[in-house]
Design a protein around this ligand. Structure first.
Ligand code: AMP
Length: 419
């Protein structure tokens, strides 16, 4: 072991488990790639102000969880805690929204960083697949994103998740609700920090997970009773579109989520097998974010799905993904000439799309066969001097132990026909 360990709250993804992680990432992104979303990659760090303004000055993410620092050049930088602000910044910077094709639909995949108290499902470095549809207000777009996430989870075989749905209103109706909620919160027995939060962003108090706070919140005014006619109609349309597509959801009037930029539609995918960190994904509409970071009005909607927690959800449901084998054929050369010949054959197999590996390091038969077993390969290709004289190699079925001599120029055809 080295002197060093992975930093607290992080973990290394190692084979063979890492293959499932990659497959989950691919599956979560797959529905987006066939629904008009283009791939975007932005830097892992941004100007700290982008998150302060975008995510919200009073949020836990900005006040407590951001990895922020000053560079040697004096720039104030933060590792990205989420993907929406950077994606919108990049869209505005490249004027993607002015190219006449709204909404701008983008998807991304990457690492995000939050200085949180680590526990199962909550890490300081984690992985998300995200999607954003920028510049259009249309309930069908909100519904599309929820549908795509639902499809992504289902394609992995997940069934134990629920969709929570709410509307946070807009600049018309939210201020009225905010005031009513504030009046209610001021009358409760809350600690100083929570009372301060109630003054800055009272909706976030509804997100408080502590039992004594939750108890006091029963009877709090609900946003749904304050929604203006436009927000109500919009929300009803999102609900109707989801229902028409047979997507089951639960109305959750207390769902506010931890980021300030949300307006109208908000949703969360929660998995009941995950304990405290039950949110596997979430998102919503953020009609005001562009203006908050200095852009024009660009009503938008998006989500982020947590890859780490989706992997945990699969474990919780006992689902093993049906993945292609890492190695199908393992070549075992006995002697220098066999090494040259099999090296060529392995490359030929790889070009034909067969996952193939090779025993390196001039090992003897016993050691090399041990490697072949450990690789999980279905077949071993064994060749010694006598085989080469006869122009063949031995194709050994690793399950049955059965061995067949195959002519050198027939190897790829024989292996591909068997696999
Ligand atoms: P958020 O950006 O907070 O809405 O998070 C979206 C999704 O990312 C969540 O539903 C989680 O699945 C995942 N996520 C957020 N924070 C963490 C974390 N600290 N560790 C692991 N996954 C996370």
């Amino acid at each position: 072991m080295s002197t060093f360990q992975a930093p607290k709250g992080t973990y290394d993804l190692l084979p063979p488990e890492s293959a499932a992680f990659l497959a989950v990432r691919d599956a979560l992104a797959a529905p987006l790639r066939t629904s008009g979303y283009g791939y975007i990659e932005t830097p892992g760090f941004e100007n700290v102000e982008l998150f302060a303004r975008g995510v919200g000055e009073s949020t836990d993410i900005v006040t407590k969880e951001m990895y922020a620092f000053e560079t040697k050049g004096g720039d104030r930088i933060a590792l990205r805690p989420e993907g929406t602000a950077g994606t919108l910044r990049a869209t505005l910077e490249a004027n993607l929204h002015r190219q006449g094709n709204l909404p701008v639909k983008l998807w991304y995949s990457g690492s995000y960083y939050r200085y949180e108290a680590p526990q199962k499902g909550r890490y300081r470095h984690f992985s998300q697949i995200g999607a954003e549809a920028i510049g259009t207000e249309d309930p069908a777009l909100d519904a599309e994103l929820i549908l795509l996430a639902d499809r992504a989870y289902r394609s992995l075989g997940l069934r134990g998740f629920r969709i929570l749905l709410n509307s946070l209103g807009d600049q018309e109706c939210r201020p009225l609700y905010r005031e009513a909620l504030q009046t209610f919160l001021r009358g409760l027995d809350l600690d100083e920090e929570t009372l301060r939060r109630a003054e800055i962003n009272p909706l976030r108090v509804l997100d408080d997970k502590r039992a004594d706070v939750r108890r006091q919140l029963t009877g709090a005014p609900l946003l749904q009773d304050y929604l203006c006619a436009a927000c109500k109609t919009y929300h009803e349309e999102v609900r109707a579109l989801l229902t028409a597509e047979d997507v089951a959801f639960e109305d959750d009037p207390k769902l506010v989520r931890g980021l300030d930029y949300y307006t109208r539609t908000t949703f969360e995918f929660v998995h009941d097998g995950l304990g405290a960190q039950s949110a596997v994904g979430g998102g919503g509409r953020y009609d005001g974010l562009s203006e908050m970071i200095g852009g024009p009005s660009l009503p938008s909607v998006g989500w982020a799905l947590g890859v780490d927690r989706t992997v945990l959800a699969l474990e919780a449901e006992g689902i093993t993904l049906d993945l292609p084998p890492a190695t199908s054929v393992f070549a075992v050369p006995l002697g220098d000439e066999a090494r040259r010949v099999l090296f060529t054959k392995v490359n030929e197999l790889r070009r034909a799309g067969v996952a193939a590996d090779f025993s390196y390091g001039g090992k003897g038969l016993k050691g090399a066969m041990k490697n072949a077993h450990r690789s999980g390969a279905r077949y071993a290709l064994v060749a010694g001097e006598r085989d080469l004289v006869e122009g063949v190699v031995q194709l050994k079925d690793m399950e049955s132990g059965e061995q067949t001599a195959v002519a050198l120029d027939r190897i790829t055809a024989e292996v591909t026909s068997r696999l």
